[in-house]
Design a protein around this ligand. Structure first.
Ligand code: SF4
Ligand code: SF4
Length: 313
């Protein structure tokens, strides 16, 4: 009996999803496949700072193209916009649930056994708006800097803002810190330790700009928060998530809840298990594509009556 239970648990969709997330992470960083860069932008939180990247992060591309990074004039970010639109319409927010490396890290952190924080419905509703604020501030800086550059009046803007003029969000993105800044630091230390005494090598590595400590503070804060609030970053702060939440409404992707099997939604197992706090039982049963749903399918796994399934289109 115990063996059957283990087998059933291993076959759950969530296990398959974790494996897909892990393989995607390996593919993105190309450390196993030794692949070169592909001309693909995806709407997931990744990094541009890692040398062994295969794919690009669409939101960083959008900021860099708008600001005309390493170019004399800004460029309209067609590729990034196309990536958001195509993925949003065809797959909704499912890359957040199955592919995004920073989403994967949060799902791993969620396995840490700590008492999860109770966030009241009102606070939750208010906090989901934060990601639109992050998105709005980023776009405001990128667009105004782009306009200043087109008018040839960007020098003082650039001097005042530094790297924030070119990549206002990516400069402090926790994903950038985790997947690029910290690995580079470790690599720098391991190179230095070959040539210098340990303390001297450590002093060299720790001689860091104030921006690094800000990045580290944000990263640690977000990771600790994710341990207490599942997918806390995705629900409340991620600007990628904000764009995809808007597009999720227009997606072919959706879920269907069979009313006959659902028995008036009495058990509420699907709602209890949903990391994004989607109000499944209050949405149209024929098909729902909630802005926050990342199609992790945990609700499908959790339903004892097998009442929920994917609906496409
Ligand atoms: S919302 Fe979460 S899963 Fe989606 S892009 Fe942002 S970090 Fe990744
Ligand atoms: S509604 Fe279901 S598929 Fe969507 S996020 Fe919640 S548990 Fe995942």
């Amino acid at each position: 009996m115990a063996k059957v239970d283990v087998k059933r648990r291993l076959l759950k969709i969530n296990t398959i999803r974790i494996v897909v997330q892990f393989l995607s992470f390996l593919f993105f960083s190309a450390i196993i496949f030794n692949l070169g860069s592909l001309p693909i932008l995806l709407p997931v939180l990744w990094t541009w700072g890692l040398q062994q990247n295969t794919v690009g992060d669409a939101f960083t591309a959008l900021q860099l193209m708008l600001s005309g990074w390493q170019q004399s004039t800004p460029v309209f970010p067609w590729l990034a916009v196309a990536s958001f639109l195509a993925v949003g319409v065809l797959l909704g927010k499912s890359l957040c649930g199955w592919v995004c490396p920073f989403g994967f890290i949060q799902d791993l952190i969620d396995f840490i056994k700590v008492k999860k924080m109770e966030v009241s419905p009102k606070t939750h509703e208010d906090m989901t708006l934060m990601k639109y604020l992050v998105l709005g501030i980023t776009l405001f800086i990128s667009v105004t800097f782009s306009a200043a550059k087109l008018l040839g009046a960007h020098r003082s803007y650039e001097n005042a803002m530094g790297i924030f003029a070119y990549a206002p969000f990516t400069a402090v993105s926790p994903s950038e810190t985790l997947f690029a800044t910290l690995p580079k630091m470790v690599q720098g230390f391991s190179n230095a330790i070959v040539e210098k005494p340990v303390l001297e090598a450590l002093a060299g590595v720790l001689d860091l700009p104030p921006l690094f400590w800000v990045q580290l503070f944000i990263l640690v804060g977000i990771l600790v928060f994710a341990a207490y609030v599942p997918r806390g970053w995705c629900k409340y702060f991620c600007p990628h998530g904000a764009i995809m939440a808007v597009l999720n409404r227009f997606s072919f992707m959706g879920l269907r809840r069979d009313l006959v099997k659902c028995v008036k939604g009495e058990c509420r197992e699907c709602v209890k298990t949903c990391p994004m706090r989607v109000r499944i039982l209050e949405l149209p049963w024929e098909k729902f594509s909630d802005p926050e749903c990342i199609y992790c399918l945990k609700c499908v796994d959790a339903c004892p009556n097998k009442a929920i399934r994917l609906k496409y289109p």
